[in-house]
Design a protein. Structure first.
Length: 136
C-alpha cells in the first residue's frame, strides 16, 4: 500500500494556532516601534529647524517666524509643524500629531505635541517637561 504524503487537518490547525499566537505578540510591539520611529523623525525635523534658526539669527536681528522659511516640513504625513513664537532672542518650534495619523494618535498623551526652544528645552505644551519623549 502506498503511503500518502501531506498534512492532516489537525497539523494545519496547530500551525495556524501557533502563527496566530506569534502574530498577536509581535503586532503590538511592531506598532509601538512604528510610533517611536515616527516621533524620532519629527524630532529630527525640529532639530534641523533649530540649526536653521541659529544660522539665520547669526546674520539677522531676529529668528525666523514662518514654518516654511525655518526649514520645517509643510506636508509631513504624521505631524503638523509650526513656529509658535519667534522674536529677537527666543523661539519655540512645535510638532503636533495630525488627527488623520491613526497609528501616531496611539502615542503617549504627553508625546502627541513636541515643543523645543532656543535653549533646547523639550516640553509637551511649552511649559511641562516631556524630555522622556525624546529618549529613544
Amino acid at each position: 500500500m502506498k503511503e500518502k504524503i501531506g498534512f492532516t487537518l489537525i497539523e494545519m490547525l496547530i500551525v495556524l494556532a501557533i502563527l496566530s499566537i506569534i502574530a498577536a505578540i509581535a503586532y503590538p510591539a511592531y506598532q509601538s516601534h512604528i510610533i517611536k520611529v515616527r516621533r524620532v523623525e519629527a524630532q529630527g525635523e525640529l532639530i534641523k529647524a533649530q540649526i536653521q534658526q541659529s544660522s539665520y539669527r547669526i546674520i539677522n536681528p531676529s529668528f525666523l517666524s514662518q514654518a516654511a522659511t525655518s526649514g520645517l516640513p509643510l506636508n509631513h504625513p504624521h505631524y503638523q509643524f509650526s513656529v509658535e513664537h519667534a522674536s529677537t532672542n527666543t523661539y519655540t518650534l512645535k510638532a503636533t500629531v495630525k488627527p488623520s495619523s491613526n497609528t501616531q494618535n496611539n502615542d503617549d498623551q504627553e508625546c502627541l505635541s513636541l515643543y523645543i526652544d532656543q535653549n533646547n528645552n523639550k516640553t509637551s505644551d511649552g511649559e511641562s517637561d516631556n524630555s522622556r519623549c525624546w529618549i529613544n
